[in-house]
Design a binder for this molecule. Structure first.
Ligand SMILES: Cc1cc2nc3c(=O)[nH]c(=O)nc-3n(C[C@H](O)[C@H](O)[C@H](O)COP(=O)(O)O)c2cc1C
Length: 234
């Protein structure tokens, strides 16, 4: 049975999801206007439909705006600027080899080229990298946490949740970026939001409305074809 004839699946829904997935991108320059709390709640209500292991729903999302956002940024930016060693709750990748190295490189080149940062300009590259800890100017910084005892599958559930939030935001005209960088100093994040040690920091998600003129928002990343993904076995 083709997807076009499957009951409950209309061509319109598939096209809408396809468009949504294609339209989402990581926004790295924002206008200062805040997103209304109603709109954020609407997106998060949609994202609550995310499935999870045994329906545990381990995610919590801690949203910093206004003075709270400014204070969090100050702490994170000061800490990162001082080259404090990172101590993420979930270890960052140890190495990027082969195709992963290639893709990571292209990703960096696109970003730096959009800003006219040359290969040798380590100082500007470093400054740009520190923009992570300013949430790229987004008026809101969200941190997604899981419960440590739920282990890697709690983390996986939170990854699914993160994507649901990103798509819901896109559908509502809100721009965002997932930021593992904001998970670099989890103790600082826990202290800021008053979280217990058991809450593990998964990822940041900065959001707001894109600055359309910004060159850094002007490029789009590529994806491998599905022939590089699927292995059929019959
Ligand atoms: C879990 C996760 C963590 C990420 N962390 C960062 C980050 O710390 N800083 C950053 O600039 N981009 C970060 N990104 C954005 C990726 O670089 C981006 O998703 C990828 O290059 C694909 O581009 P696109 O989102 O524009 O489609 C992250 C994305 C994901 C999914």
């Amino acid at each position: 049975m083709s997807s076009e004839t499957h009951p409950g699946m209309s061509g319109r829904e598939a096209a809408a999801l396809d468009a949504l997935l294609s339209a989402r991108y990581s926004c790295r320059a924002y206008r200062p206007e805040r997103v209304s709390r109603e709109l954020v709640e609407r997106a998060l209500r949609m994202a609550q439909q995310t499935p999870s292991w045994c329906n545990t729903q381990p995610w919590r999302v801690h949203v910093a705006s206004g003075a709270s956002r400014d204070a969090l940024i100050r702490r994170l930016h000061d800490t990162a600027s001082a080259e404090t060693p990172i101590r993420p709750d979930f270890p960052f990748p140890e190495a990027y080899e082969g195709v992963f190295r290639d893709r990571r490189k292209v990703c960096g080149v696109q970003l730096y080229q959009s800003l006219g940062i040359g290969r040798e300009d380590r100082q500007r590259a470093r400054e740009q990298s520190l923009e992570n800890f300013r949430a790229f100017g987004a008026p809101h910084m969200a941190i997604v946490t899981t419960e440590g005892a739920l282990g890697p599958y709690g983390l996986l559930d939170c990854g699914l949740y993160l994507m649901s939030v990103m798509l819901a935001f896109r559908a509502l005209g809100v721009d965002c970026i997932a930021q593992a960088a904001l998970a670099s100093y989890p103790d600082l994040v826990r202290a800021h939001f008053g979280l217990p040690e058991t809450r593990r920091v998964v990822c940041g998600l900065s959001f707001g409305y894109a600055e359309p003129e910004a060159a850094i928002n002007g490029y789009r990343t590529e994806r491998a074809g599905i022939d590089e993904v699927i292995e059929w076995s019959e």
